[in-house]
Structure formats: structure tokens, C-alpha cells
Design a protein around this ligand. Structure first.
Ligand code: GAP
Length: 445
């Protein structure tokens, strides 16, 4: 990483800690291997991303339903899915400092001690997190924390069909935690051992030709682009598609595209889109002995649907949004967050924090707007400092109640990105803000 990019990452990590977005996990005990905790603003940003995704892909569509499954599933699930056998990374150890690395991520020298060509033979390392169910730590009680949410969508496939009115093509979606015993976690929240996924298994009829599944794949590719650019507001010139070569694809995939982003630490995977064929349903039928075929209500024939899978990491979404929105402009630092994602949509200030008449009006506005969306209150320090403080956390609008407000019933609204100001009647404030939040336009654009 060059110095400027390193510097940028350090600034973002420092801002996240200072302002309550993300803290190092278990910090008072010296931390724990790249684990991170979300603070008051981080949890808002993260929830806003998850809610937007859920609204767009589940609540906003007729053809996708949601589930929320257990993190620990019957271990047979992972036999059937192939994870026990295939969910591995190549591991090497430095013979000098005994640090372990992913073999595909190192060159000749040890990234820790610098020793050249000192690595052991490559070993295969399974990334599944093992645990025991119940008090006896016996082999028969071994279970695993799920490494992906996807399997629950296959395991619950029959239940969903039997309990809802879904008809092909349709999707099952889930947001939830996944665990992977990564050899080299790092780059802040980019790669961690515990993370959240937003996944959809989209079931389609058995394709009669490659063209048929490719058409569906293309549709999902476009929807993912739209999510990245229109919903997360990411600069599309920094996003790239990577056709994952045969040898590097997951064991279940016939085609995978990675969406990559130019992070400060390099071009890295943001999301994945895979064509899983009928691999999972077929295997679960074989291992469970249950019929997991879809019965066509018209023709009566039974078959295993094929699957297109958009898989999105929540933490990578948070990271890409933070990195992409970070701005420094003539000494001013601000997060150019889309209003829908910003933890606070607006901040309300009485011009002076010691004037009860200003506080009374401002407080009323604050309590009124709070019914609609998250708003911040600040009555300390000068207005310039309050603006700077809200800019840094990406609050799109600051509202100031001044002495004129007592006369004209209007307030000053200041736009984060342009810093321009406009007078708005208090009565119109809620609709005024909602119109900008919903359209992502600023009043100067
Ligand atoms: N069900 C398919 C699946 O899990 P994946 O490519 O292994 O596919 C999907 O993971 C997404 O999950 C990735 O594109 C990335 O956004 C996120 N992800 C994967 N491993 C991660 C990790 N260790 N830490 C944070 N996010 C991760």
C-alpha cells in the first residue's frame, strides 16, 4: 500500500473509533484477532444498509421471501454441501517466526519477519469453525458455525414451498452471521472471522440451454450494479467485474463473477454472484433422503430448480461506503454518505445553548423529526464546530434555530456537501427533508 493510501485507511479507522462507528473488539484485553465491534453510529449505518437491502430485495418484490435460520445446523448439512471436504484454503508456515499465511497471498519473503523462502509445504486448512453441541465434548457432538447463510435456504426449501405461495422463479433471502476461521484476517473489517452475509438463492427452472441461465445471471448482475451504484452511492469507476477462472471457483459454482472495488489496500472482492446449478438441492436430497424437488403446479413434473446466488458481505458494504464517501476538502473532513444510509438524517441546533427560548423551539423540532427518522441534538460549542462534527459522521442536514426563527417561524438548513444554506419554514421542515432523503438530491443540485 502506498503511503497516501495507508494514511487514508488509518484516518478512516481512527474516525470510526473516535466517532463511535467501529471499535477494536475486546480492546481492554488487548483485542482479539481482528474482531471489531460496532458502536452507536456504526450499528445505525450497518442496519440502514441491511434494511435497505431487505426492503429492496424482499419486501419490495413479489418473488422473494425471507428466512432467518439457526447459525448452528445439523453437521450433515456441511457434508452434503461439500464444505467439510472443500471449504479450504492453502496454508503455509514460516519456519523462522512460525506465523501462518495463506499460500496464495504471499511471495518469496515472509510478510512478518522478512525471511526468504522459509515456508513449509502447503497444507490444506478447513475454514469451518468447530464446536460441540451439549456438555459432552465428544466426536458425536461436533457441530459447526455456518460458513455461509446459503445452506439454510436449501435446507428450508421444502418448508418455504409448502408454507407459502411461491412459484418458480422465486428467491429465498437471508441476512445473518457467518463464521470462517480465516488464516489471515485483516484490512480493518474487510476480512474477519465473524461477519454477516446478505444472500439470495434465486431458484429458476432447469435451463434448456446455457443461454437461459445466463439471461437470469445477467439480470442479477445488473441488479447488483444498481445496488452498488444507486443504493450505496459508490463511484462506479472504482468497481470492476472479475470473471472467476475455473480453477478458483467454489466447488459448487459453474460460473462466478466477483464485483471488486479499488480499496486503499488494493483491488479486492466486494461481492460475488454465482450460478450454483442444482448442486445443493440434489446433494441435500441425497444426504437427507427427503424429496427436495419442485413440483410444477401445471405440468405436474418434478425437478430440482437451478440457482443463481448474489452473495453480499455486510461488513464489506459498510467498508466500501465509508471508504468511498470519505472526503477532505480544504481542511474540512466529511462523509458524503447517501442520506438513506447516514446514521443521522439531520442535526438540530439552537444557535446558542444558553437561551431557553431558542432551546424550546429547537427541542420541539427535534422531538417532532425524531418520530420520522434518526436526528441528532447538539447545543454545545460554536456553530462551526457543530457543523464540523456532523460533517465527519455524514449527517446530510444541519438545522439551526436562531433569533429570527422566533419571529418568522423558519430555520436555517445547511447542506453537508455544498455547505450552502437555505431558510425553511418549520411547518414544512419534515416534508422538505423527506423529499431530499428519498430522492438523494441536495437542495443546491
Ligand atoms: N454463499 C456464497 C458465499 O458465501 P463467498 O464469496 O464465500 O460466497 C460472499 O462470500 C461474500 O461474503 C463475499 O463476496 C464478501 O462480501 C463476504 N465475505 C466473505 N468472506 C468474508 C470475511 N472473512 N470477512 C468479511 N466478509 C467476507
Amino acid at each position: 500500500m502506498d503511503d497516501n493510501k495507508q494514511d487514508l485507511m488509518e484516518k478512516i479507522v481512527a474516525l470510526c473509533k473516535r466517532r463511535g462507528f467501529i471499535y477494536p473488539g475486546s480492546e481492554i484485553y488487548g483485542g482479539l484477532a481482528n474482531s471489531w465491534d460496532y458502536g452507536p453510529l456504526g450499528v445505525e449505518l450497518k442496519n440502514n444498509i441491511k434494511n435497505l437491502w431487505w426492503k429492496k430485495f424482499v419486501q419490495g418484490r413479489d418473488d422473494i421471501v425471507g428466512i432467518d435460520a439457526s447459525l448452528i445446523m445439523n453437521p450433515k448439512v456441511w457434508e452434503a454441501s461439500g464444505h467439510l471436504e472443500n471449504f479450504t484454503d492453502p496454508l503455509v508456515e514460516c519456519k523462522v517466526c512460525h506465523q501462518r499465511f495463506r499460500a496464495d497471498e504471499i511471495e518469496d519473503a515472509c510478510p512478518n519477519c522478512g525471511e526468504k523462502n522459509s515456508f513449509t509445504e502447503t497444507k490444506v486448512f478447513n475454514l469451518m469453525f468447530k464446536t460441540f453441541v451439549g456438555p459432552a465434548q465428544e466426536t458425536s457432538n461436533v457441530a459447526y458455525f455456518r460458513p455461509e447463510t446459503a445452506q439454510a435456504m436449501f435446507v428450508d426449501f421444502k418448508n418455504v414451498i409448502d408454507s407459502t405461495r411461491v412459484r418458480l422463479p422465486f428467491g429465498i433471502a437471508q441476512i445473518g452471521k457467518a463464521f470462517r476461521n480465516e488464516i489471515t484476517p485483516g484490512n480493518f473489517i474487510f476480512r474477519t472471522r465473524e461477519f454477516e452475509l446478505m444472500e439470495i438463492e434465486y431458484f429458476i427452472r432447469v435451463p434448456k440451454s446455457d443461454k437461459e441461465w445466463q439471461k437470469e445471471f445477467e439480470k442479477w448482475k445488473e441488479m447488483m450494479w444498481s445496488w452498488i451504484v444507486n443504493d450505496l452511492g459508490i463511484d462506479k469507476t472504482k468497481v470492476h467485474e472479475l470473471e472467476v477462472p475455473d480453477a478458483e471457483r467454489a466447488h459448487y459454482s459453474k460460473r462466478t463473477i466477483d464485483f471488486e472495488y479499488d480499496f486503499p489496500f488494493g483491488r479486492k472482492e466486494l461481492y460475488g454472484l454465482a450460478y450454483r446449478t442444482d448442486f445443493d438441492l440434489k446433494n441435500h436430497q441425497e444426504f437427507s433422503g427427503q424429496n427436495l424437488k419442485y413440483r410444477d403446479p401445471e405440468a405436474g413434473e418434478e425437478f430440482w430448480p437451478h440457482v443463481i446466488e448474489p452473495a453480499l458481505g455486510v461488513e464489506r458494504s459498510v467498508l466500501v461506503v465509508l471508504v468511498d464517501s470519505y472526503r477532505e476538502d480544504e481542511g474540512r473532513v466529511y462523509l458524503k454518505l447517501p442520506a438513506k444510509l447516514a446514521p443521522y438524517k439531520a442535526a438540530i441546533f439552537p444557535l446558542l445553548g444558553n437561551k431557553p427560548e431558542l432551546i424550546e423551539v429547537a427541542r420541539k423540532i427535534y422531538l417532532d423529526l425524531r418520530k420520522e427518522f434518526m436526528v441528532a441534538w447538539d447545543d454545545r460549542g460554536n456553530i462551526g464546530k457543530r457543523y464540523a462534527s456532523q460533517d465527519e459522521i455524514g449527517t446530510p442536514y444541519c438545522i439551526t434555530v436562531d433569533f429570527d426563527s422566533l419571529e418568522d417561524g423558519a430555520v436555517t438548513v445547511r447542506d453537508r456537501d455544498s455547505t450552502k444554506q437555505e431558510r425553511v419554514k418549520i411547518q414544512e421542515l419534515k416534508n422538505y427533508l423527506l423529499s431530499f432523503i428519498n430522492t438523494e438530491k441536495c437542495f443546491t443540485s
